[in-house]
Design a protein around this ligand. Structure first.
Ligand SMILES: Nc1ncnc2c1ncn2[C@@H]1O[C@H](COP(=O)(O)OP(=O)(O)OP(=O)(O)O)[C@@H](O)[C@H]1O
Length: 209
């Protein structure tokens, strides 16, 4: 394994029931990159992200992180996932949600993470009293709070206006600068334009760029 192989897929095919969703995907991603899974709705972006997160094994082929099957990774500081729905603890505050993975490990959250995502004014408010865009930025902070080796983010700008898209992009760029491999599933051209590695998906197949 080389550093180019932090996330590696070999001949991955996946079906939901009898429906083929991903076909013969092979790729290798190194640390400290912004990789963007781009494609139309239904092209298989979320499914590919979930395979990298180890939520489920592929129907065939292999998905490894750090040379181990993705399904064997359970550590948030190695692989963190932002699902499309933020799934926060509604009664906890914005800061408590964002910092939870650090608190559970007795670690100090990095200073400035909430500020970077425009969450300071909301830090003490229960998550259920915030907007969907604010909840999404809180969940992004939670995904990045441990500076994971791999951050897998599904549509992280889906509920953001232009000003807050800029904040999200800043947070992703900062994570990459700290060594995180950030993999984003999106059709937001503003993220696609920043990609170090562009992975276009078309009907479950990876196109060569
Ligand atoms: N649990 C499931 N059972 C059956 N089919 C599914 C299931 N989940 C996803 N699919 C199908 O797999 C295909 C890929 O879905 P996926 O969510 O990965 O696409 P996507 O590119 O992320 O789409 P979007 O941009 O709309 O989120 C779609 O045709 C979808 O209908």
């Amino acid at each position: 394994m080389t550093t180019a192989d932090l996330v590696r897929l070999e001949s991955v095919t996946h079906t939901h029931g009898s429906t083929p969703v991903l076909t013969d995907i092979s790729l290798s991603l190194p640390p400290a990159r912004l990789a963007v899974l781009a494609g139309r709705s239904g092209s298989g972006k979320s499914t590919l992200l979930h395979l990298m997160a180890g939520v489920m094994p592929p129907t065939s082929g292999t998905v490894t992180v750090d040379g181990r099957p993705a399904v064997s990774h359970h550590e948030w500081d190695r692989v963190a996932l932002l699902p499309q729905r933020p799934a926060l603890a509604p009664e906890l505050t914005v800061a408590e949600n964002a910092h939870l993975p650090a608190r559970l490990r007795g670690r100090t959250p990095p200073p400035g993470l909430l500020t970077r995502l425009g969450l300071d004014p909301l830090a003490g408010r229960p998550a259920h009293d915030t907007s969907l865009g604010e909840q999404q930025r809180t969940a992004i902070a939670r995904a990045l709070v441990l500076t994971p080796a791999v951050a897998l983010l599904d549509e992280p700008t889906a509920h953001q206006d232009d000003e807050h898209v800029a904040l999200v992009l800043g947070a992703l760029t900062a994570a990459v600068a700290e060594g995180t491999l950030v993999v984003v599933a999106t059709h937001d051209q503003r993220i696609i334009d920043l990609a170090d590695e562009l992975l276009p998906l078309h009907s479950g197949r990876l196109e060569v760029v």
